[in-house]
Design a protein around this ligand. Sequence first.
Ligand code: ATP
Ligand code: MG
Length: 428
Amino acid sequence: MKIQIPRGTVDIMPGESEKWQYVEHVAQEIFKRARYSEIRTPIFEHTELFQKGVGDTTDIVTKEMYTFNDRKERSMTLRPEGTASVARAYVEHKLFGQVNQPAKLFYCGPMFRYERPQKGRQRQFVQIGAEAIGVQDPAVDAEMMALALSIYQELGLKEIKLVINSLGDKTSRLAHREALIAHFKPSIHEFCSDCQTRLEKNPLRILDCKVDHAHPLIATAPSIIDFLTDESLDYYTQVKRHLDVIEVPYVEDATMVRGLDYYNHTTFEIMSESKGFGAITTLCGGGRYNGLVEELGGPASPGVGFAMSIERLLAALAAEEITLPIANHLDVFVVGVGEAVSPITLKLTLAARKAGFTAERDYLSKKVKGQFKTADRENARFVVVVGEEELAEGLIVIKDMTTGTQEKIAMSDYIATLQKKQHEGETN
Ligand code: ATP
Ligand code: MG
């Protein structure tokens, strides 16, 4: 029987993987300029980390985790998201003790969620994310949103929008919670069984329900904005003032409830507005999580962050018909005349690579004509020809494929000649 790839996973094949590298590189450069450093945490963690750090009532923890016992019967989970691990590491490595706060961290790597696979939803997907932990300041929230947006913008996306909301502080959420319970309780039997459990545990989640999203009581539910304390409202206003001044457009959506339990104050999503995009339009989600570090045993350290999947980012690029400027040029193809020169063609290929050129040769013992065909197909800039007779005199031929001119040179001048020609090509 042929073994197939697990459902909800993909092979990222040549032709596609270059896009991934490109996107990851652009993101890394953006983070570098914003003084974010990469953190690489394990792919699996103690299950408890996510129960505590993502929340017992979330979809992620209740139904989407890949959890297994290791050989010593310890419960482990493949990470479904990155923030909990980053916060754990922040505590574990005492980053709160550093002079410079917030600690600015980014990550990029696979996440695992047992979901029903569809376009934009996989069981293994790659998230790029950032966290700024240690400071509560509206400037940090605004910078975080601008940072996430800039990744999309630098890749050329235009049809995106930023949606923001505030979930307020503990007092605001508690008051809102009571109002939600009062609102839903009389008709809770009309909702799915998940929502019935959510009512007492975490009624906010009802607003996020994928089954009952069309129930009329969802649209008329009390809005969190009406329950914000003066302090929370002031913080939200400050965040918006920062966004206004840095000219980041946004729309407000008081019904936007993010999937994770630990959010407070600012929450945001970036959505694709492109017509070609599928049903799932959220590209990126983020927000503030002031209680998380404390929840994980560290000192109270407010944080804010975002996560986006590369899958949805690439889908958005495709929907806007943006092609990434991925370089795939071949500088040098080394043609060998006769099999006897094979070691020398290999030597010249390696020497070109060592000098920084992309270089290739034939491995199929093709005739000279066939080798030239390959060089042509691969769009080689230069073809180097090694023949037995020339070789006896220490000579090789370099052909410039753009001009068609060729030159016999001493093998000892090989790299210098390539460099000179490459340089001439650039300045012409
Ligand atoms: P959704 O409502 O689409 O399930 P979520 O609230 O679960 O999203 P987050 O946990 O906030 O999403 O993750 C942040 C981002 O990660 C999402 O905006 C999306 O780009 C991406 N993402 C989440 N789940 C998946 C998945 N299963 N496959 C691909 N990308 C995903
Ligand atoms: Mg989800």
